[in-house]
Write a protein that binds this ligand. Structure first.
Ligand code: 4NP
Length: 157
């Protein structure tokens, strides 16, 4: 099993969006028995909460399920339990490095590092920008490229 963890600051806007989008893409490729998806936040402010209303509206509009998703804070054990830890921005990556020791083969990086040609490699935070559509477009592009990368890397064709 390949385990993918999406990380943002609050785990209510960007990383739950990425989790839901990526899970749908994984299911479309019929890879749900090969790839497991989760998300969490650097902070604990929203523990137990569902995704932000803006994220829910957007996922509803695109017919993407997010049932039972609840925010949780990252734990040091997550760094041992996942193969790909995919952050939304550079500050998340920096924060991740202070939380604990990742297992040796883990990949830690930003979602948009998988997208060629975007100048900006941080996913804008709609909690502050209010623009959930812009974030969705980037998250979708990033998730498509990430899945391609993982499928190639693990010969999942
Ligand atoms: P997210 O957005 O990291 O994309 O979930 C945020 C949500 C909440 C807060 C910050 C960012 N907050 O400070 O409560």
């Amino acid at each position: 099993m390949i385990r993918v963890l999406f990380v943002c600051l609050g785990n209510i806007c960007r990383s739950p969006m990425a989790e839901a989008v990526f899970r749908k893409l994984v299911e479309q490729e019929k890879l749900q028995d090969n790839i497991q998806v989760d998300s969490c936040g650097i902070g604990s402010w929203h523990e137990g909460n569902p995704p932000h209303e803006g994220t829910r509206k957007l996922l509803d509009a695109h017919d993407i399920r997010y049932d039972d998703m609840q925010a949780r804070q990252i734990q040091p054990t997550d760094l041992q339990g996942f193969d790909y830890i995919i952050a939304m921005d550079e500050q998340n990556v920096k924060d991740l490095r202070t939380i604990g020791y990742p297992k040796e083969q883990v990949y830690i990086g930003r979602l948009l590092d998988f997208v060629n040609g975007t100048f900006e490699k941080d996913v804008p935070d709609p909690y502050f920008t209010g623009d959930f559509n812009q974030t969705y477009a980037l998250v979708m592009e990033g998730c498509q490229q990430l899945l391609k990368h993982i499928m190639k890397q693990h010969h999942l064709y």
